[in-house]
Design a protein around this ligand. Sequence first.
Ligand code: NAD
Ligand code: IPM
Ligand code: MN
Length: 356
Amino acid sequence: MKIAVLGGDGIGPEVTAQAVKVLRALASRGLSFELTECLVGGAAYDQTGHPLPAQTLAAVQRADAVLFGAEGGFQYETLPRGLRPGDALLTLRKALDLFANYRPVVAFRELAGASSFKREVVEGLDLLIVRELTSDLYFGEPRGIVTENGRRVGINTMRYTEDEIARVVRAGFEAARRRQRKLCSVDKANVLESMELWRAVTEEVARDYPDVALTHLYVDAAAMALARNPGQFDVIVTGNLFGDILSDEASMLTGSIGMLPSASVNAQGKGLYEPVHGCAPDIAGKDIANPLGSILSAAMMLRDSAGQPEAAARVEDAVRRVLADGLRTADIHEPGCTLAGTAAMGDAVVAALLDH
Ligand code: NAD
Ligand code: IPM
Ligand code: MN
């Protein structure tokens, strides 16, 4: 299996290195990977003048799966669009047509006290956000900053075709079928026409899934429900922008955004795997970032792209055992636990994996 490894910026390379350690440990036990490290984001811009060099795009297209870190950085935010680090990720998502973004929100029992929510709210929590990833306000035209009557106007367009809605909603139903058979579609159909269509198409697709209980929530109410009683959710399917916001909110249920992995896949099943967090400039270079989101993303890759569900489960189990042993990075640390840096956390997961 060919994996393109794109560490990127800030804590991206730091956490990705830990996921790579885990893959190499599995390779020492018989799985076979070909890892190709590529430049992306600000790091690529600094070295080549472009955040997504042609060589990187070619390597990604050759690969069976992509392991992505994070990109960004304040020093790049005034560059023209197209040259900013975030544009590389958006281009990759669009170029590979990675329309379905799976963001599991699993609260490890050991971390219930690390969450800013009450223990009884988060204990046993296991929900999945399916976020549309290649359309919506992110890609809709027209867009831009134009001048009208001597003043600037910022424009973006929320746009969804029925096919774009149907395919991601179908992905949500399929995911629900593999879980508790409950799907909540989140929209803003009361105000936005694009979301009115979202709800209508969702109802049409639902006819093929009579065995799945479908509900709808407006996004504002969904944000509230996620904080009040997240246990009511099994699978949430939603658009690109709402999914971005709701998944960062939901991450806090688990203790830290550093815990959340994700898989972005296309119709051919090719996937890009990345933690949900960004490049975290405030903690970069200090060996304090939580690498578990990246390691758990590698586990998703093993399950979904490598056809190795047992290896995936072993990695997830190793993470669980490291947490049960009391090891914590700073973001999830509690009194009585052992504080570990990024690399030490990666080493501990590898040790737990090999010890099994
Ligand atoms: P962020 O996710 O980088 O950071 C938000 C907060 O969470 C920060 O306080 C950070 O220290 C903390 N955090 C994030 N990951 C952590 C981890 N693994 N362990 C411990 N703490 C962690 O979001 P931001 O600050 O809004 O964005 C910073 C930059 O990253 C921006 O340039 C943004 O565009 C970019 N970004 C990139 C991605 C991506 O590559 N997928 C995602 C989000 C943001
Ligand atoms: C994410 C990030 C990206 C997004 C940015 C960096 C383009 O926030 O993956 O959640 O908004 O999709
Ligand atoms: Mn985000």
